[in-house]
Design a protein around this ligand. Structure first.
Ligand code: SIN
Length: 261
């Protein structure tokens, strides 16, 4: 197995068939995931069972709280082209932060991708935290953001009355690396606790800009058979559209996590 760095974050792990992993490969893959936050494996041939087997390197495969999984594999969601207008992942987010214990890792496997468009962008939230203005860092230290599932609930035809919120720290400490990361997502955060709404809005807008600065980003251009695994504790991602009516079919799976602190 060789490692090729991809940008400010991300690394490609080459010369590896994920269906034939040796015992020695596993700690290297785990460590690369912690070191680079996004890891890429190209030219893989993975069926849903393979994908679930690989996901065990990061934890228990989760069933999405809102979206229904594929037949016989409720943990795997199929992402398809529903058209630019209904493309719901074109915003910066970390996955499922509206849960008490959001998933640690997401695995996204490309079955069929367009020649042009459909890139996924990943932004390092370690770098976003490190680079943040010192005064803002200290004034927001210990503050909580309120995350809500209302957006995904309504997309899936649910009743907004069933929406729920959870509170997570604005700066989260990674439980394995000990590093701090910015942890507010434009997709799910509604406000900052204990701030009036104008001030909360002003600061969130600043933080969202910070979260997605060009210099923190790795852009993944997909080929069929890529598996990308990212660490939701230190990364946000953004799925671009720009492929018209072309086919783009992916399998996505998340693994168990813990309460952010
Ligand atoms: C996601 O946001 O989880 C999916 C990303 C993508 O389709 O590129």
């Amino acid at each position: 197995m060789d490692i090729k760095e991809l940008g400010p974050i991300g690394a490609e792990l080459t010369n590896l068939d994920l269906t034939q992993l040796s015992k020695e490969d596993i700690p290297h893959i785990r460590q690369s995931f912690l070191d680079y936050s996004v890891i890429v494996f190209r030219n893989q041939n993975l069926n849903p069972i393979d994908l679930k087997n690989i996901s065990r390197l990061w934890g228990k495969a989760l069933i999405h709280p809102v979206f229904k999984g594929i037949e016989n594999h409720p943990e795997i969601i199929e992402i398809r082209n529903y058209g630019e207008k209904y493309h719901t992942n074109a915003h910066w987010h970390s996955d499922v932060t509206f849960e008490e214990c959001p998933p640690d890792a997401t695995l996204l496997y490309s079955l069929e991708v367009p020649e042009e468009g459909g890139d996924t962008l990943f932004s390092s939230q370690y770098l976003a935290y490190e680079d943040l203005d010192m005064d803002l860092k200290s004034s927001l230290s210990g503050k909580l953001a309120i995350h809500s599932n209302i957006g995904v609930l309504m997309l899936s035809g649910g009743d907004p009355k069933d929406a729920k919120t959870v509170e997570h720290p604005i700066f989260r400490e990674h439980p394995e690396t000990g590093k701090k990361a910015l942890y507010v997502t434009e997709a799910f955060v509604k406000s900052i606790k204990d701030l009036d709404s104008a001030e909360s809005r002003r600061i969130l807008d600043l933080l969202y800009k910070q979260a997605s600065k060009e210099e923190f980003i790795y852009r993944h251009k997909w080929s069929n058979g890529d598996l990308v695994v990212w660490d939701n504790r230190s990364v946000q991602h953004y799925a671009e559209h720009g492929y018209g009516d072309a086919t783009r079919t992916m399998h996505r799976l998340t693994t168990s996590g813990s309460k952010p602190f």
